[in-house]
Design a protein around this ligand. Structure first.
Ligand code: SF4
Length: 249
């Protein structure tokens, strides 16, 4: 009951933050979130994907020691892991945490590493949703790199939103693809090497393919299936978090 009440309060808080600060520039939103709103109680979740350098660069201008949570699913492209190391080095990030699936879950449900071929929802659950809930549990808020233009399912994405009793912040929600490209060029940020091969949204290797001109950036994620999200942004995460109090680690 306490958590339920807290979740309602946080939902009101997120709506108020959106009304008051949702139209600020991403740099202002990030500075506000880190230095005033959440201070030591905030992290960023990054996939080190096609456009991740923008959010990480903006954050590095404010606090290079902000915790960066990376879901190490065990299924990433080797190029993504090399790119992660390159960005961490170039931006001077000092607290990048690899978040792994539970060993017992892998042993019980995916002993041969082939679950992505037979049950993608369950594979995403044990490799992404549960680790994500565990990773963000110590914080009151976390930031993501999601944008409205990325997919038809994200056109109404707010900057501030509640997830259970926590606040999720999407500082780049209103930026366009052109805004991101301009920022990357102006700051000479290195591109993910797979972008040149037609990958515009990059996740796990078994479930990511290049996209054609005119397609959503996320059309290459789980292509050929009905699946459009891994679940870390959906109700599965809310359900997981509802079982974790703000003081759980
Ligand atoms: Fe598994 Fe594919 Fe989900 Fe990665 S994206 S966790 S490989 S189903």
């Amino acid at each position: 009951m306490l958590l339920e009440t807290n979740a309602i309060t946080v939902a009101d808080e997120a709506r108020a933050l959106e009304a008051r600060h949702g139209n600020l520039d991403p740099a202002q939103i990030i500075e506000l979130a880190i230095t005033q709103l959440f201070k030591q109680d905030i992290a960023v979740v990054s996939s080190f994907g096609a456009e991740s350098s923008v959010l990480l660069h903006l954050i590095a201008q404010v606090d290079r020691a902000l915790p960066v949570l990376f879901l190490e699913t065990g299924k990433h492209f080797p190029a993504t892991l090399r790119y992660r190391d390159q960005l961490v080095h170039e931006l001077g990030l000092t607290d990048v945490q690899d978040i792994h699936p539970l060993k017992q879950s892998l042993k019980d449900e995916d002993p041969f590493g082939a679950l992505s071929m037979t049950n993608k929802d369950r594979c995403c659950y044990i490799r992404k949703v549960e680790p994500m809930a565990r990773a963000v549990a110590p914080y009151r808020a976390w930031m993501t790199g999601r944008k409205q233009f990325q997919a038809s399912t994200r056109t109404a994405l707010p900057v501030f939103e509640s997830v259970g009793a926590r606040v999720r912040i999407n500082p780049l929600a209103r930026w366009t693809s052109a805004d991101l490209k301009a920022y990357m060029a102006a700051n000479q940020l290195p591109p993910h090497p797979l972008v040149a091969e037609g990958y515009r949204s990059i996740g796990c290797m078994p479930c990511t393919s290049p996209v054609k001109d005119g397609e959503d950036d996320r059309a290459g994620r789980w292509a050929g299936t009905d699946k459009t999200e891994c679940g870390i942004h959906l109700t599965g995460l809310t359900d997981q978090l509802s079982n974790i109090s703000l003081t759980d680690s």
